[in-house]
Design a protein around this ligand. Structure first.
Ligand code: UD1
Length: 417
Protein backbone atom coordinates (compact mmCIF):
# COMPACT_ATOMS: atom_id res chain seq x y z
CA UNK A 1 0.00 0.00 0.00
CA UNK A 2 1.43 3.38 -1.00
CA UNK A 3 1.88 6.43 1.23
CA UNK A 4 2.74 10.10 0.83
CA UNK A 5 5.52 11.43 3.05
CA UNK A 6 5.24 15.20 3.30
CA UNK A 7 7.63 17.70 4.90
CA UNK A 8 5.38 20.65 5.65
CA UNK A 9 5.95 24.36 6.01
CA UNK A 10 7.20 25.23 2.50
CA UNK A 11 5.44 28.00 0.59
CA UNK A 12 4.10 26.82 -2.75
CA UNK A 13 5.10 29.07 -5.61
CA UNK A 14 4.89 28.77 -9.38
CA UNK A 15 2.57 27.52 -12.12
CA UNK A 16 0.25 24.50 -12.02
CA UNK A 17 -1.86 23.17 -14.85
CA UNK A 18 -5.27 21.93 -13.74
CA UNK A 19 -6.25 18.42 -14.92
CA UNK A 20 -9.48 17.46 -16.64
CA UNK A 21 -12.53 16.88 -14.44
CA UNK A 22 -13.15 13.39 -13.08
CA UNK A 23 -16.86 14.10 -12.60
CA UNK A 24 -17.17 15.11 -16.21
CA UNK A 25 -14.95 12.35 -17.66
CA UNK A 26 -16.95 9.54 -16.00
CA UNK A 27 -20.44 10.36 -17.37
CA UNK A 28 -18.96 11.26 -20.76
CA UNK A 29 -17.20 7.87 -20.90
CA UNK A 30 -20.59 6.30 -20.17
CA UNK A 31 -22.11 8.46 -22.93
CA UNK A 32 -19.66 7.10 -25.54
CA UNK A 33 -21.62 3.85 -25.27
CA UNK A 34 -24.57 5.58 -26.96
CA UNK A 35 -22.59 6.44 -30.08
CA UNK A 36 -21.95 4.75 -33.38
CA UNK A 37 -18.37 5.16 -34.57
CA UNK A 38 -15.44 6.49 -32.60
CA UNK A 39 -15.42 8.99 -29.75
CA UNK A 40 -12.18 10.64 -28.61
CA UNK A 41 -11.95 12.38 -25.27
CA UNK A 42 -8.94 14.61 -24.70
CA UNK A 43 -7.73 16.15 -21.42
CA UNK A 44 -8.95 12.99 -19.70
CA UNK A 45 -7.27 12.67 -16.27
CA UNK A 46 -5.29 9.51 -15.50
CA UNK A 47 -7.16 8.27 -12.44
CA UNK A 48 -8.13 4.92 -10.99
CA UNK A 49 -11.83 5.86 -11.43
CA UNK A 50 -11.27 6.59 -15.13
CA UNK A 51 -9.48 3.24 -15.53
CA UNK A 52 -12.46 1.54 -13.81
CA UNK A 53 -14.86 3.25 -16.26
CA UNK A 54 -12.70 2.02 -19.17
CA UNK A 55 -12.84 -1.52 -17.75
CA UNK A 56 -16.65 -1.29 -17.56
CA UNK A 57 -16.74 -0.23 -21.23
CA UNK A 58 -14.45 -3.15 -22.07
CA UNK A 59 -16.61 -5.62 -20.19
CA UNK A 60 -19.70 -4.41 -22.09
CA UNK A 61 -17.91 -5.10 -25.36
CA UNK A 62 -16.67 -1.62 -26.32
CA UNK A 63 -13.08 -0.98 -27.37
CA UNK A 64 -11.51 1.61 -25.09
CA UNK A 65 -7.88 2.72 -25.48
CA UNK A 66 -6.16 5.34 -23.32
CA UNK A 67 -3.01 6.96 -24.66
CA UNK A 68 -1.61 9.75 -22.54
CA UNK A 69 -4.57 11.94 -21.66
CA UNK A 70 -6.62 10.88 -24.64
CA UNK A 71 -9.19 8.07 -24.59
CA UNK A 72 -10.70 6.59 -27.73
CA UNK A 73 -13.87 4.52 -27.47
CA UNK A 74 -15.59 2.48 -30.14
CA UNK A 75 -18.87 0.88 -29.09
CA UNK A 76 -20.11 -0.52 -32.39
CA UNK A 77 -21.52 -3.74 -31.01
CA UNK A 78 -21.90 -3.73 -27.22
CA UNK A 79 -22.75 -7.28 -26.26
CA UNK A 80 -22.98 -7.74 -22.50
CA UNK A 81 -25.50 -5.60 -20.58
CA UNK A 82 -23.96 -6.20 -17.15
CA UNK A 83 -21.91 -3.97 -14.86
CA UNK A 84 -19.57 -6.43 -13.12
CA UNK A 85 -20.04 -6.51 -9.34
CA UNK A 86 -16.35 -5.85 -8.53
CA UNK A 87 -16.38 -2.68 -10.68
CA UNK A 88 -19.68 -1.57 -9.14
CA UNK A 89 -18.09 -1.90 -5.69
CA UNK A 90 -14.83 -0.27 -6.77
CA UNK A 91 -16.56 2.83 -8.06
CA UNK A 92 -19.99 3.91 -6.80
CA UNK A 93 -20.45 6.21 -9.76
CA UNK A 94 -20.63 3.10 -11.99
CA UNK A 95 -24.38 3.70 -11.62
CA UNK A 96 -23.93 6.35 -14.33
CA UNK A 97 -23.63 3.53 -16.89
CA UNK A 98 -27.23 2.49 -16.21
CA UNK A 99 -28.92 5.20 -18.33
CA UNK A 100 -26.42 4.73 -21.16
CA UNK A 101 -26.82 0.94 -21.25
CA UNK A 102 -30.61 1.24 -21.27
CA UNK A 103 -30.42 3.81 -24.05
CA UNK A 104 -28.14 1.69 -26.21
CA UNK A 105 -28.95 -1.90 -25.29
CA UNK A 106 -32.42 -1.72 -23.74
CA UNK A 107 -31.32 -3.67 -20.69
CA UNK A 108 -28.86 -3.59 -17.81
CA UNK A 109 -28.10 -5.69 -14.79
CA UNK A 110 -26.02 -4.38 -11.91
CA UNK A 111 -25.37 -4.83 -8.20
CA UNK A 112 -27.38 -2.57 -5.89
CA UNK A 113 -24.96 0.07 -4.58
CA UNK A 114 -24.80 -0.10 -0.79
CA UNK A 115 -23.46 2.57 1.55
CA UNK A 116 -20.13 4.24 0.96
CA UNK A 117 -17.64 6.31 2.87
CA UNK A 118 -19.94 9.35 2.62
CA UNK A 119 -22.93 7.54 4.16
CA UNK A 120 -25.85 5.87 2.41
CA UNK A 121 -25.81 6.45 -1.34
CA UNK A 122 -29.38 5.81 -2.45
CA UNK A 123 -30.39 5.64 -6.12
CA UNK A 124 -34.15 5.98 -5.63
CA UNK A 125 -34.31 9.18 -7.70
CA UNK A 126 -32.51 7.49 -10.61
CA UNK A 127 -34.85 4.49 -10.53
CA UNK A 128 -38.08 6.52 -10.14
CA UNK A 129 -37.16 8.61 -13.16
CA UNK A 130 -36.19 5.63 -15.31
CA UNK A 131 -39.47 3.87 -14.43
CA UNK A 132 -41.34 6.90 -15.80
CA UNK A 133 -39.42 6.41 -19.04
CA UNK A 134 -40.64 2.84 -19.46
CA UNK A 135 -37.96 0.91 -17.57
CA UNK A 136 -39.07 -2.18 -15.65
CA UNK A 137 -36.86 -2.82 -12.62
CA UNK A 138 -36.71 -5.93 -10.47
CA UNK A 139 -34.39 -6.71 -7.58
CA UNK A 140 -33.27 -10.13 -6.48
CA UNK A 141 -30.42 -10.93 -4.09
CA UNK A 142 -29.05 -7.40 -4.39
CA UNK A 143 -28.97 -7.53 -8.21
CA UNK A 144 -31.06 -5.01 -10.14
CA UNK A 145 -32.36 -6.15 -13.50
CA UNK A 146 -33.63 -3.39 -15.75
CA UNK A 147 -35.41 -3.90 -19.05
CA UNK A 148 -37.51 -1.76 -21.38
CA UNK A 149 -40.30 -4.07 -22.61
CA UNK A 150 -41.90 -1.41 -24.83
CA UNK A 151 -38.82 0.71 -25.52
CA UNK A 152 -37.66 3.87 -23.75
CA UNK A 153 -39.94 6.86 -24.05
CA UNK A 154 -39.63 10.48 -22.98
CA UNK A 155 -41.35 11.72 -19.80
CA UNK A 156 -41.80 14.77 -17.58
CA UNK A 157 -39.61 14.20 -14.54
CA UNK A 158 -39.45 16.42 -11.47
CA UNK A 159 -36.52 15.60 -9.20
CA UNK A 160 -37.25 16.03 -5.49
CA UNK A 161 -33.58 16.96 -5.05
CA UNK A 162 -31.30 18.16 -7.86
CA UNK A 163 -29.18 15.00 -7.85
CA UNK A 164 -26.17 15.18 -10.16
CA UNK A 165 -26.09 11.45 -10.90
CA UNK A 166 -29.86 11.18 -11.44
CA UNK A 167 -29.86 14.17 -13.83
CA UNK A 168 -27.02 12.54 -15.80
CA UNK A 169 -28.70 9.14 -15.93
CA UNK A 170 -31.96 10.67 -17.20
CA UNK A 171 -30.07 12.64 -19.85
CA UNK A 172 -28.24 9.50 -20.98
CA UNK A 173 -31.46 7.50 -21.18
CA UNK A 174 -33.45 10.31 -22.84
CA UNK A 175 -31.22 11.22 -25.79
CA UNK A 176 -32.15 8.05 -27.72
CA UNK A 177 -35.66 7.61 -26.22
CA UNK A 178 -38.82 8.09 -28.27
CA UNK A 179 -40.23 11.59 -27.79
CA UNK A 180 -39.48 14.46 -25.42
CA UNK A 181 -38.18 14.44 -21.87
CA UNK A 182 -38.33 17.43 -19.53
CA UNK A 183 -36.38 17.37 -16.26
CA UNK A 184 -37.36 19.98 -13.69
CA UNK A 185 -35.30 20.76 -10.58
CA UNK A 186 -32.38 19.30 -12.56
CA UNK A 187 -28.86 19.58 -11.15
CA UNK A 188 -27.05 22.61 -12.60
CA UNK A 189 -23.45 21.49 -12.02
CA UNK A 190 -21.01 22.46 -14.79
CA UNK A 191 -20.18 18.79 -15.38
CA UNK A 192 -23.79 18.30 -16.56
CA UNK A 193 -23.29 21.05 -19.11
CA UNK A 194 -20.08 19.33 -20.27
CA UNK A 195 -21.95 16.03 -20.69
CA UNK A 196 -24.74 17.79 -22.62
CA UNK A 197 -22.13 19.53 -24.82
CA UNK A 198 -20.59 16.15 -25.68
CA UNK A 199 -23.99 14.59 -26.45
CA UNK A 200 -25.04 17.59 -28.54
CA UNK A 201 -21.86 17.31 -30.64
CA UNK A 202 -22.80 13.65 -31.20
CA UNK A 203 -26.22 14.68 -32.55
CA UNK A 204 -28.43 14.84 -29.43
CA UNK A 205 -31.10 17.54 -29.04
CA UNK A 206 -30.75 19.10 -25.58
CA UNK A 207 -31.78 22.53 -24.29
CA UNK A 208 -31.31 24.12 -20.90
CA UNK A 209 -28.36 22.11 -19.51
CA UNK A 210 -26.86 24.18 -16.68
CA UNK A 211 -30.33 25.45 -15.69
CA UNK A 212 -32.99 23.82 -13.53
CA UNK A 213 -35.07 22.74 -16.55
CA UNK A 214 -33.55 20.52 -19.21
CA UNK A 215 -35.49 19.54 -22.36
CA UNK A 216 -34.36 16.60 -24.45
CA UNK A 217 -35.84 15.55 -27.79
CA UNK A 218 -35.00 11.91 -28.49
CA UNK A 219 -33.13 11.17 -31.73
CA UNK A 220 -32.62 7.88 -33.60
CA UNK A 221 -28.83 7.73 -33.54
CA UNK A 222 -25.73 9.44 -32.13
CA UNK A 223 -22.34 9.49 -33.81
CA UNK A 224 -19.07 9.71 -31.86
CA UNK A 225 -17.09 12.96 -31.83
CA UNK A 226 -13.98 14.52 -30.31
CA UNK A 227 -14.43 16.33 -27.03
CA UNK A 228 -12.09 18.03 -24.55
CA UNK A 229 -13.00 17.29 -20.93
CA UNK A 230 -13.54 20.50 -18.93
CA UNK A 231 -11.05 21.54 -16.21
CA UNK A 232 -11.61 20.06 -12.75
CA UNK A 233 -13.05 22.73 -10.44
CA UNK A 234 -12.43 20.69 -7.28
CA UNK A 235 -8.78 20.12 -8.17
CA UNK A 236 -8.61 23.89 -8.79
CA UNK A 237 -10.02 24.42 -5.28
CA UNK A 238 -7.49 21.94 -3.86
CA UNK A 239 -4.48 23.75 -5.32
CA UNK A 240 -5.89 27.09 -4.08
CA UNK A 241 -6.25 25.52 -0.63
CA UNK A 242 -2.65 24.28 -0.73
CA UNK A 243 -1.47 27.80 -1.62
CA UNK A 244 -3.61 29.33 1.15
CA UNK A 245 -2.43 26.80 3.77
CA UNK A 246 1.25 27.44 2.96
CA UNK A 247 1.03 31.25 2.51
CA UNK A 248 2.03 30.66 -1.11
CA UNK A 249 1.38 32.16 -4.52
CA UNK A 250 0.27 30.07 -7.47
CA UNK A 251 -0.76 30.69 -11.03
CA UNK A 252 -3.26 28.05 -12.07
CA UNK A 253 -3.56 27.39 -15.78
CA UNK A 254 -6.35 25.62 -17.72
CA UNK A 255 -9.03 26.66 -15.24
CA UNK A 256 -12.66 27.34 -16.11
CA UNK A 257 -13.78 30.57 -14.49
CA UNK A 258 -17.52 30.05 -15.00
CA UNK A 259 -17.43 26.75 -13.08
CA UNK A 260 -15.75 28.32 -10.03
CA UNK A 261 -18.82 30.19 -8.76
CA UNK A 262 -19.18 29.36 -5.09
CA UNK A 263 -15.46 28.55 -4.75
CA UNK A 264 -13.35 31.63 -5.53
CA UNK A 265 -15.47 33.92 -3.33
CA UNK A 266 -14.75 31.63 -0.40
CA UNK A 267 -10.99 31.84 -0.94
CA UNK A 268 -11.23 35.64 -1.15
CA UNK A 269 -13.26 35.74 2.05
CA UNK A 270 -10.48 33.74 3.72
CA UNK A 271 -8.05 36.56 2.83
CA UNK A 272 -6.67 35.24 -0.46
CA UNK A 273 -6.43 37.46 -3.49
CA UNK A 274 -7.50 36.04 -6.86
CA UNK A 275 -6.89 37.73 -10.15
CA UNK A 276 -8.78 35.73 -12.69
CA UNK A 277 -9.23 35.41 -16.41
CA UNK A 278 -11.44 32.97 -18.28
CA UNK A 279 -8.85 30.19 -18.08
CA UNK A 280 -6.28 31.09 -15.41
CA UNK A 281 -6.08 32.34 -11.84
CA UNK A 282 -3.23 34.14 -10.07
CA UNK A 283 -3.70 33.47 -6.38
CA UNK A 284 -1.85 34.92 -3.42
CA UNK A 285 -2.30 33.46 0.04
CA UNK A 286 0.26 35.70 1.75
CA UNK A 287 -2.20 37.44 4.11
CA UNK A 288 -3.33 35.79 7.38
CA UNK A 289 -6.22 33.36 6.91
CA UNK A 290 -9.60 34.82 7.91
CA UNK A 291 -12.34 32.57 9.36
CA UNK A 292 -15.66 31.92 7.60
CA UNK A 293 -18.33 32.77 10.16
CA UNK A 294 -20.85 30.40 8.57
CA UNK A 295 -20.77 28.46 5.35
CA UNK A 296 -22.91 25.58 4.15
CA UNK A 297 -22.54 23.18 1.25
CA UNK A 298 -25.18 23.54 -1.46
CA UNK A 299 -25.89 22.28 -4.97
CA UNK A 300 -24.29 24.38 -7.74
CA UNK A 301 -23.96 27.40 -7.85
CA UNK A 302 -23.48 27.13 -4.06
CA UNK A 303 -20.36 26.06 -2.17
CA UNK A 304 -19.69 22.45 -3.30
CA UNK A 305 -19.67 19.58 -0.83
CA UNK A 306 -16.57 18.25 -2.61
CA UNK A 307 -14.64 21.35 -1.44
CA UNK A 308 -15.84 21.20 2.18
CA UNK A 309 -13.00 19.08 3.61
CA UNK A 310 -10.34 20.93 1.61
CA UNK A 311 -11.49 24.37 2.77
CA UNK A 312 -11.77 23.06 6.33
CA UNK A 313 -8.06 22.15 6.19
CA UNK A 314 -7.30 25.83 5.47
CA UNK A 315 -9.66 27.13 8.19
CA UNK A 316 -7.78 25.08 10.81
CA UNK A 317 -5.16 27.88 10.80
CA UNK A 318 -7.57 30.84 10.50
CA UNK A 319 -7.51 33.87 12.67
CA UNK A 320 -10.77 32.99 14.51
CA UNK A 321 -13.68 30.55 14.55
CA UNK A 322 -15.52 29.19 11.50
CA UNK A 323 -18.70 27.14 11.21
CA UNK A 324 -19.27 24.77 8.28
CA UNK A 325 -22.53 22.94 7.71
CA UNK A 326 -22.69 19.90 5.44
CA UNK A 327 -26.13 19.69 3.87
CA UNK A 328 -25.55 17.26 0.97
CA UNK A 329 -24.06 14.07 2.44
CA UNK A 330 -24.70 12.54 5.87
CA UNK A 331 -21.25 11.30 6.71
CA UNK A 332 -18.78 13.77 5.33
CA UNK A 333 -16.70 14.74 8.37
CA UNK A 334 -14.51 11.66 8.54
CA UNK A 335 -11.41 13.74 7.86
CA UNK A 336 -11.90 15.68 11.10
CA UNK A 337 -10.18 13.12 13.36
CA UNK A 338 -7.02 13.25 11.24
CA UNK A 339 -7.02 17.07 11.22
CA UNK A 340 -7.39 17.05 15.03
CA UNK A 341 -4.43 14.67 15.26
CA UNK A 342 -2.47 17.26 13.30
CA UNK A 343 -3.29 19.92 15.92
CA UNK A 344 -6.63 21.33 14.70
CA UNK A 345 -9.38 22.38 17.11
CA UNK A 346 -12.64 21.11 15.56
CA UNK A 347 -15.93 20.09 17.21
CA UNK A 348 -18.74 18.38 15.37
CA UNK A 349 -22.33 19.21 16.30
CA UNK A 350 -24.71 17.22 14.11
CA UNK A 351 -24.21 18.37 10.53
CA UNK A 352 -22.02 21.34 11.55
CA UNK A 353 -18.31 21.57 12.29
CA UNK A 354 -16.99 24.36 14.49
CA UNK A 355 -13.37 25.11 13.61
CA UNK A 356 -11.36 27.29 15.99
CA UNK A 357 -8.23 28.43 14.23
CA UNK A 358 -4.87 27.44 15.79
CA UNK A 359 -1.55 29.18 15.19
CA UNK A 360 0.23 26.12 13.86
CA UNK A 361 -0.56 22.55 12.80
CA UNK A 362 1.97 19.71 13.10
CA UNK A 363 2.74 16.58 11.13
CA UNK A 364 1.30 13.17 12.12
CA UNK A 365 0.67 9.70 10.77
CA UNK A 366 -2.84 9.79 9.29
CA UNK A 367 -4.96 7.74 6.87
CA UNK A 368 -7.01 9.09 3.98
CA UNK A 369 -10.65 8.29 4.75
CA UNK A 370 -12.11 9.15 1.34
CA UNK A 371 -11.10 11.08 -1.78
CA UNK A 372 -11.66 14.69 -0.66
CA UNK A 373 -10.93 13.90 3.00
CA UNK A 374 -7.53 12.63 1.84
CA UNK A 375 -6.97 15.81 -0.17
CA UNK A 376 -7.77 17.82 2.98
CA UNK A 377 -5.10 15.92 4.91
CA UNK A 378 -2.62 16.57 2.12
CA UNK A 379 -3.47 20.29 2.23
CA UNK A 380 -3.10 20.43 6.02
CA UNK A 381 0.20 18.49 5.87
CA UNK A 382 1.73 20.94 3.39
CA UNK A 383 0.95 23.83 5.75
CA UNK A 384 1.96 22.01 8.96
CA UNK A 385 5.30 21.92 10.79
CA UNK A 386 7.23 18.68 10.43
CA UNK A 387 6.58 15.38 8.70
CA UNK A 388 3.23 13.80 7.84
CA UNK A 389 2.89 10.22 6.71
CA UNK A 390 -0.37 9.90 4.79
CA UNK A 391 -1.54 6.33 4.19
CA UNK A 392 -4.44 4.82 2.18
CA UNK A 393 -3.66 7.22 -0.66
CA UNK A 394 -5.51 5.03 -3.17
CA UNK A 395 -8.50 7.20 -2.19
CA UNK A 396 -6.62 10.28 -3.45
CA UNK A 397 -5.58 8.52 -6.68
CA UNK A 398 -9.29 8.16 -7.52
CA UNK A 399 -9.48 11.88 -8.22
CA UNK A 400 -6.00 13.42 -8.53
CA UNK A 401 -3.67 12.72 -11.46
CA UNK A 402 -0.11 12.34 -9.99
CA UNK A 403 -0.65 15.03 -7.33
CA UNK A 404 2.86 14.56 -5.93
CA UNK A 405 4.45 15.59 -9.26
CA UNK A 406 2.17 18.63 -9.58
CA UNK A 407 3.03 19.72 -6.02
CA UNK A 408 6.78 19.02 -6.26
CA UNK A 409 6.91 21.34 -9.29
CA UNK A 410 5.77 24.28 -7.10
CA UNK A 411 8.14 23.59 -4.23
CA UNK A 412 6.36 21.05 -2.03
CA UNK A 413 8.38 18.32 -0.38
CA UNK A 414 6.24 15.28 -0.96
CA UNK A 415 7.21 11.75 -1.93
CA UNK A 416 5.21 8.68 -2.84
CA UNK A 417 6.60 5.60 -1.09
C1 UD1 B 1 -21.89 13.70 -7.62
C2 UD1 B 1 -20.38 13.76 -7.64
C3 UD1 B 1 -19.84 13.90 -6.24
C4 UD1 B 1 -20.47 15.09 -5.55
C5 UD1 B 1 -22.00 15.02 -5.62
C6 UD1 B 1 -22.69 16.27 -5.09
C7 UD1 B 1 -19.80 12.39 -9.57
C8 UD1 B 1 -19.15 11.14 -10.08
N1 UD1 B 1 -19.86 12.52 -8.23
O1 UD1 B 1 -22.24 12.54 -6.87
O2 UD1 B 1 -18.43 14.09 -6.33
O3 UD1 B 1 -20.08 15.09 -4.19
O4 UD1 B 1 -22.41 14.87 -6.99
O5 UD1 B 1 -22.26 17.40 -5.77
O6 UD1 B 1 -20.18 13.25 -10.32
N2 UD1 B 1 -29.59 11.14 -3.36
C9 UD1 B 1 -30.73 10.44 -3.01
N3 UD1 B 1 -31.29 9.61 -3.95
C10 UD1 B 1 -30.75 9.46 -5.19
C11 UD1 B 1 -29.59 10.19 -5.54
C12 UD1 B 1 -29.02 11.02 -4.59
O7 UD1 B 1 -31.23 10.55 -1.91
O8 UD1 B 1 -31.32 8.69 -5.99
C13 UD1 B 1 -28.94 12.02 -2.34
C14 UD1 B 1 -27.54 11.52 -1.97
O9 UD1 B 1 -27.60 10.55 -0.97
C15 UD1 B 1 -26.87 12.77 -1.50
C16 UD1 B 1 -27.49 13.85 -2.38
O10 UD1 B 1 -28.69 13.29 -2.92
O11 UD1 B 1 -27.20 13.02 -0.15
C17 UD1 B 1 -26.57 14.30 -3.52
O12 UD1 B 1 -26.29 13.23 -4.37
P1 UD1 B 1 -25.99 13.38 -5.93
O13 UD1 B 1 -26.14 14.80 -6.34
O14 UD1 B 1 -26.77 12.34 -6.64
O15 UD1 B 1 -24.46 13.00 -5.95
P2 UD1 B 1 -23.74 11.99 -6.91
O16 UD1 B 1 -24.26 12.11 -8.29
O17 UD1 B 1 -23.72 10.64 -6.27
Amino acid sequence: MQTFVIQGGRRLEGDMTVQGAKNSALPILAATLLCQGESTLTNCPKLSDVYAACRILGSIGARCVMQGHSVTVRADAPSRAVIPEDLMQEMRSSIIFLGAMLGRMGQCSLGFPGGCELGPRPIDLHLQALRRMGVRITEENGILTCTVPKGLHGARIHLQFPSVGATENILLAAVLAAGDTVITNAAREPEITDLADFLTKCGAKIEGAGTGTIRIRGVKQLTGCEHRIMPDRIVTATWLACAAATGGELRLLHTDDASLTGILDVFEEMGGSCSRSQDSICFSGRKPIQPLRYIKTMPFPGFPTDAQAIVMAVLCKANGTSVMEETIFENRFRHVDALVRMGADIRIAGRAAVIRGVRQMHGAVVSATDLRGGAAMLTAALGAEGETVLTEISHIDRGYDSPELALQAVGARIERK
